[in-house]
Ligand binder design. Structure first.
Ligand code: ZN
Length: 270
């Protein structure tokens, strides 16, 4: 059974790029009579705010999205992430490097993190992170599983654990996350999880050509214009919505979009 998901971070309101990602994952799931689940990716408590989580859910409802199970909230799932780190055993090591030390060494080694602490670190220095010793040439660094300094589980770890726990089979997301996929697949293999199918989407950009994001203050979705924006998202996804579709009800637009979903019209990234 197909099971897809949308996993926003409550660091700000949803914008047009979020709508494109949510719409594509929703259509891919519904067109295959699959389930569609929601997850709040709020492990970074320094950037996430609960009121944005509420706002995101009410915006999704206003656009006519329907999810099949209660929303999963990552900040409540630390025990699961700790268990996964424990399962990885001796592949996990303590890193005491500061950001500045890593930046200097990474520049010299053309790698994001050249494994400085892999064979032991200075016991006099505080542990800043738990890293994974990666034995895969396709992945250029020993990426972080947990930031000890900030008490933050990494995006890669939390996503992999939750995709498995939620029974996700298909991931549809923006091409900005393309480089995360090999890391997540590597973790899935180490943890003995199932293999997922991935579809990466073209990114919506602003007038200056940069990716729409909460960080560059992309405008929040206006729920009063839900039908117009949803049809614009379908156009962005190359679905060739029929003329005057935006004048129809949300329910009719969704019915048309599910019946006419053609993911092969999207540019392939992997
Ligand atoms: Zn280190």
């Amino acid at each position: 059974m197909y099971c897809g998901r949308f996993a926003p971070s409550p660091t700000g309101p949803l914008h047009f790029g979020s709508l494109v990602a949510a719409t594509a994952s929703y259509l891919d799931a519904r067109a295959q009579r699959g389930q569609w689940l929601l997850r709040m990716e709020d492990t970074d408590h320094t950037r996430c705010r609960p009121h944005y989580a509420d706002e995101i859910l009410s915006t999704l409802s206003a656009f006519g999205f329907v999810w099949d199970e209660p929303v999963i909230v990552q900040s409540e799932r630390s025990a699961l992430y700790d268990a996964a780190i424990a399962q990885l055993g001796p592949r996990v090591y303590h890193c005491t490097c500061s950001r500045r030390e890593i930046a200097t060494l990474a520049a010299q080694n053309e790698s994001r993190y050249p494994g400085i602490c892999r064979n032991g670190c200075d016991p006099a220095k505080p542990v800043r992170a738990l890293r994974l010793a990666v034995e895969d040439p396709a992945i250029s660094d020993d990426f972080i599983l947990f930031s000890t300094t900030g008490k933050i589980y990494s995006y890669q770890l939390a996503v992999v654990v939750d995709d498995e726990a939620q029974g996700i089979t298909h991931v549809v997301r923006g091409a900005d996350l393309l480089s995360s996929t090999p890391r997540q697949q590597y973790l899935q293999r180490l943890l003995g999880y199932r293999t997922l199918q991935y579809l990466h989407l073209p990114l919506a950009t602003g007038p200056d050509g940069t990716k729409l994001s909460k960080q560059n203050l992309a405008p929040a979705l206006d729920t009063a214009s839900s039908t117009t924006l949803l049809v614009q998202a379908l156009e962005f996804l190359q679905q060739q919505p029929e003329e005057n579709l935006a004048r129809q009800s949300l329910a009719n637009i969704w019915a048309w979009a599910i019946a006419n979903w053609r993911p092969e019209r999207l540019r392939r990234y992997s």
